[in-house]
Write a protein that binds this ligand. Structure first.
Ligand code: FDA
Length: 402
């Protein structure tokens, strides 16, 4: 295996993979293990950049509970075959084979104990064992389909390949090397693209709203965020630009411009009922002290102020007043100004229309020998290791046949 940018490219290979990210490297190792000669090309200066930055530097490499329901796609059935044939357990077995220490953080999310680089090293070791070659700093200029195979013109010279695999990912984080290359290739071959948009992305808020939130950036709380058909109970974080945290990232995949998002700020309890109980137990306690059992002092102050609720001894509120206060404080309807966009989004929703692709092999139905894998396809996972599991599974599916 070579990552040497200056060494000459082979004139012909069985499988040429564009994109040395999660899906591309998995595909390379799988195809190489079948005895296919494999070359992976990437325009970036190093491989697996998104893996390196993922999971806060510890790569949330899969999820114990991965199931087709955790993915968005125009065709929700498309992901089933690949996910069933290379499961989370298969990837965990690889992680264990390489002696990488890991742990479950929450909700089935598996993270490296040490660093994301362990996962890149695993993939490079697998590629090395499978004799797959890798070249970085190499861009693709042109793809010409032949009767059988393709001539790919690159900045390091032309290569003939029998199978061409596009694994160039989505549009998120352009500074990390993301491009729309995969969509351009799809268009070249007349494939449909499901419109793309940034997902798993923080919300921005209007300036006036941010000013009202004043000192809140850095404060977090458990919420249930709902929009359209989506509903997620996880943490929400106030930031200097708006809202983030897992609940917000998750619900951003359901949100469309102009829609409101509703938050249950005390999930799992009926706040009015809870306040009633507190009043019985401790009638002299003030509303703000009672609420400080659930939220930080800053949040209590902000929520009371926002709803114009004055904090008095609990015994001073009648039944109706307490029910009203509970209801007002528990629910929050927010109209986000927008999202932070591809600059900080973890993934891209939409992509190459899966109607154009075989769900078993990832091969393009209209162009024999052309494959699309990973995030470039219209398959997008929830937050929590699902997107990498899709990259592994789709990369493996193509690697078994390309
Ligand atoms: P990926 O983006 O990994 O690889 C594409 C490759 O193609 C890159 O190496 C790129 O340089 C190359 N490329 C692009 N254009 C090219 C061109 N024109 N010519 C040549 N090469 C080109 N998911 C998850 O499951 N758990 C997690 O913890 C995280 N965390 C996370 C954090 C952050 C900050 C981001 C941005 C994303 C995540 N994700 C995640 C999502 C996950 O990183 C993503 O879904 C996968 O990396 C997608 O794998 P792919 O191989 O499809 O694309």
């Amino acid at each position: 295996m070579s990552e040497n940018p200056s060494s000459q490219l082979p004139e012909r290979v069985d499988v040429l993979i564009v994109g040395a990210g999660a899906a591309g490297l998995m595909c390379a190792a799988t195809a190489g293990n079948r005895g296919r000669s494999v070359l992976v090309l990437d325009h970036a200066n190093k491989v697996g950049k998104k893996i390196l930055m993922s999971g806060g530097g510890r790569c949330n490499f899969t999820n114990l509970y991965t199931a087709p329901e955790n993915f968005y796609s125009e065709n929700p059935h498309f992901c089933k075959s690949a996910l069933a044939r290379f499961t989370q357990w298969d990837f965990i077995a690889l992680v264990e084979k390489h002696g990488i220490p890991y742990h479950e953080k929450t909700l089935g999310q598996l993270f490296c104990d040490n660093k994301s680089k362990d996962i890149v090293d695993l993939l490079l070791a697998e590629c090395r064992a499978a004799k797959a070659q890798i070249r970085t700093r190499c861009s693709i200029r042109n793809i010409e389909p032949l009767e059988k195979g393709f001539i790919v013109d690159t900045s390091l010279g032309p290569v003939f390949c029998e199978s061409l695999v596009i694994a160039t990912g989505g549009l998120s984080i352009p500074t990390m090397g993301a491009t729309g290359f995969g969509y351009d290739v799809a268009r070249q071959f007349g494939l449909n693209i499901i419109p793309t948009r940034a997902a798993l992305v923080p919300f921005t808020q209007h300036r006036r709203q941010l000013e009202r939130q004043g000192e809140l950036p850095g404060s977090a709380l458990e919420v249930t965020a709902s929009c359209g058909e989506g509903s997620f109970s996880e943490q929400m974080l106030f930031t200097h630009r708006g809202l983030s945290g897992p609940a917000v990232l998750q619900i951003s995949s359901h949100w469309r411009e102009g829609q409101a998002v509703s938050f249950d700020l005390a999930p799992g309890r009926d706040l009015a009922e809870w306040l009633r109980e507190r009043r019985e137990q401790n009638p002299d306690s003030h509303l703000h002290s009672a609420l400080a059992e659930i939220w930080s002092k800053k949040l209590v102050q902000y929520f009371l102020q926002r709803q114009g609720v004055e904090s008095r001894a609990l015994k001073q509120y009648g039944e109706k007043a307490l029910a009203g206060i509970g209801q007002k404080l528990q629910t929050w309807q927010l109209l986000p100004a927008g999202t932070e966009g591809y600059r900080t989004a973890e993934v891209t929703l939409g992509g190459v229309d899966t109607d154009e692709i075989s769900s078993r092999t990832m091969e393009c139905k209209a162009q024999s020998g052309l494959y699309f894998i990973g995030e470039v396809l219209d398959v997008t996972g929830w937050l929590g290791g699902y997107n990498f599991q899709w990259a592994w599974a789709s990369g493996h599916a193509a690697g078994e046949v390309a």
